[in-house]
Design a protein around this ligand. Structure first.
Ligand code: URA
Length: 210
C-alpha cells in the first residue's frame, strides 16, 4: 500500500488554521485556499523528473535543469471545491492542462454521483494530479480515480487538504497504489459525512453559498 504523505509545512498549517475558523470570510477563505494550493503543489511536485538543457546566460553557456516531462501535467479538479485548490496550483504550474469532474454527494446515501466529466483528449500520455480539498467518506475520491483510470494516464496522484481517517482507509482499500497527499488528518466523520473538526462545507465557504 502506498503511504499517505502529510504536508506539514508551517505555512500550510498556519493558513489551514485560518481557513478552519468560522469567522473567516468568503474572500479570505478563497485567498487562503489559493495560497495553500500553491504551497501544496510545490510539495506534491517535489519528485518530478528533471532534464538538463543547454542555455545561454548573460555570462556563459550552461547545462541547466528543467522539468523533463515532454507532456504537461493535467490537474483534475473535483467540482466545486476543487476549484479553490486548482486556482493556486495553476499559479505555480501555469502550463498544466486542466480536467474537471463534477461529483455531488447524494445526501442520504453519501454516494458520489457524476454530473460532468471533461479531460484533455491525450490524457493517457500525461501525469494526472486529482485535487479536492476534503477527503471525507472517500467516495468522491475513489469515484474520481476510477474514472481517470479508464483513460489510462501515465500516472495518477491525489491531493487533498483535510482528510478523515475513514476516507483515507476507503481510498487505500480501492486504490492502494495511488499516492495520497494531505495537509492534515482530522478526528472523524459526523453522521452526515462531514469532517470533524474540519472546516465545514468547503464549496459553500469558497463561494459564499451557505
Ligand atoms: N465536504 C466538505 O466540504 N466538508 C466536509 O467536512 C466533508 C465533505
Amino acid at each position: 500500500m502506498t503511504k499517505t504523505t502529510i504536508i506539514n509545512h508551517p505555512l500550510v498549517q498556519h493558513k489551514l488554521t485560518l481557513l478552519r475558523q468560522v469567522e473567516t470570510t468568503t474572500a479570505q477563505f478563497r485567498q487562503l485556499l489559493k495560497e495553500i494550493g500553491m504551497l501544496l503543489a510545490y510539495e506534491v511536485t517535489r519528485d518530478l523528473p528533471i532534464k538538463y538543457q543547454q542555455i545561454q546566460t548573460p555570462m556563459k553557456l550552461m547545462e541547466a535543469p528543467m522539468l523533463a516531462a515532454e507532456k504537461k501535467m493535467v490537474i483534475v479538479s473535483i467540482m466545486r471545491a476543487g476549484q479553490g485548490l486548482l486556482d493556486g496550483i495553476l499559479e505555480l504550474i501555469p502550463t498544466a492542462r486542466v480536467g474537471h469532474i463534477g461529483l455531488y454527494r447524494d445526501p442520504s446515501t453519501l454516494v458520489a454521483v457524476e454530473y460532468y466529466f471533461k479531460v484533455p483528449h491525450d490524457i493517457e500520455q500525461r501525469d494526472v494530479l486529482i485535487v479536492d480539498p476534503m477527503l471525507a467518506t472517500g467516495n468522491s475520491a475513489v469515484a474520481a480515480v476510477d474514472r481517470i483510470k479508464e483513460s489510462n494516464p501515465e500516472s495518477i496522484r491525489f491531493l487533498c487538504l483535510l482528510a478523515a481517517p475513514e476516507g483515507i482507509e476507503h481510498f487505500h482499500k480501492y486504490h492502494p497504489e495511488i499516492p495520497l497527499y494531505t495537509a492534515a488528518i482530522d478526528e472523524k466523520l459526523d453522521e452526515h459525512g462531514y469532517i470533524i473538526p474540519g472546516l465545514g462545507d468547503a464549496g459553500d465557504r469558497l463561494y459564499g453559498t451557505r
